[in-house]
Design a protein around this ligand. Structure first.
Ligand SMILES: NC(=O)C1=CN([C@@H]2O[C@H](COP(=O)(O)OP(=O)(O)OC[C@H]3O[C@@H](n4cnc5c(N)ncnc54)[C@H](OP(=O)(O)O)[C@@H]3O)[C@@H](O)[C@H]2O)C=CC1
Ligand SMILES: O=C(O)C1=N[C@H](C(=O)O)C[C@H](O)C1
Length: 259
């Protein structure tokens, strides 16, 4: 039986992860971490009586889990993953917000500690495919912009998926012209800028997680879109990660690299 700690167990994604692990043979939740989680309220979050609850990293007992699932916040994830690696727990990380430098540092730490794991900006198959198709299209359509749309509670912008998409496109797209005469009469109107790729972030109630990549060419356009209508869409990817994490010898970035 693999022991699992869920960080962010009280959150929207953490709750989906709790229900997933509770439903799987061969895995059991032994610990959960969240600032407002207590022994008194843990049953409200579908955590069994024997699950150890922690409100901060410093409280966590040694050997409490083999695997660390993280759906917390951008300002918590770096310390969480470092802690997991240093204590021999294999991280499966969905939380966004790690910088390239932080990912590189954590990957190096995972090699030193010989602990494998996965960081995935998006565990949904439609998003993984969107990123793959967008990278392919960018070889032929260098003029591209990204629109990501999320629920109003999302704390970070742009989304980790949009940023990952821009990075993948940036690796392959040919040199292109931008309009030197362009101005903004309303600051921010043209969106965020990743190496010349504009990213527009929409936050609205009713939405869950959606992304469009728009390519423009001479007299034609290509739009690639994915929609997560329900957070359940991320759970197949988390399940794959749980099944494969033992085979990983270091931190891997991107679900596509373990499929
Ligand atoms: N990779 C993927 O496929 C997906 C990734 N995400 C990402 O997952 C993350 C979480 O999203 P979501 O569940 O919607 O967010 P929520 O705000 O619903 O949940 C955040 C959770 O983190 C907990 N938390 C807050 N601070 C800390 C801390 N310092 N240490 C540990 N836990 C903490 C909160 O606990 P409390 O309530 O007690 O404050 C809560 O349980 C985001 O980064 C989001 O972008 C989301 C969907 C899919
Ligand atoms: O906060 C969310 O909801 C999501 N976060 C991830 C991201 O920032 O890309 C994945 C998905 O978009 C949902």
């Amino acid at each position: 039986m693999k022991k699992v700690l869920i960080a962010g167990a009280t959150g929207a994604m953490g709750q989906k992860a709790v229900d997933l692990v509770n439903s799987l043979d061969g895995f059991e939740i032994t610990a959960a971490l969240a600032p407002h989680l207590t022994t008194e309220n843990k049953a409200d979050y579908h955590l069994a009586a024997e699950v150890k609850t922690y409100q901060q990293l410093a409280e966590i007992d040694d050997n409490v889990a083999d695997i660390w699932i993280d759906f917390t916040l951008p300002n918590a994830v770096y310390a969480d993953v470092k802690y997991a690696l240093e204590h021999g727990m294999k991280p499966i990380v969905g939380t966004t917000g790690l910088t390239d430098d932080q990912q590189a540092e954590l990957t190096q730490l995972s090699r030193e500690k010989r602990v494998g794991g996965l960081i995935a900006a998006n565990f949904g198959m439609s998003a993984v495919l969107l990123m793959k198709f967008a990278q392919e299209a960018a070889k032929y359509f260098p003029d591209v912009e990204i629109i990501e749309m999320h629920h109003g509670d999302k704390k970070d912008a742009p989304s980790g998926t949009a940023l990952s998409t821009a990075k993948l496109i940036d690796q392959v797209r040919p040199a292109h012209e931008t309009n030197p005469a362009e101005t903004e009469s309303l600051p921010g109107a043209r969106g965020g800028d990743y190496h010349g790729i504009k990213i527009h972030a929409v936050r609205l109630p009713g939405y869950i997680a959606h992304e469009q990549v728009l390519f423009g060419g001479d007299g034609e356009a290509l739009t690639i879109r994915q929609d997560s209508f329900d957070r359940q869409s991320f759970m197949n990817g988390v399940k794959v990660a749980l099944e494969k994490v033992d085979q990983l010898s270091e931190l891997v970035i991107g679900l596509e690299n373990i499929l």
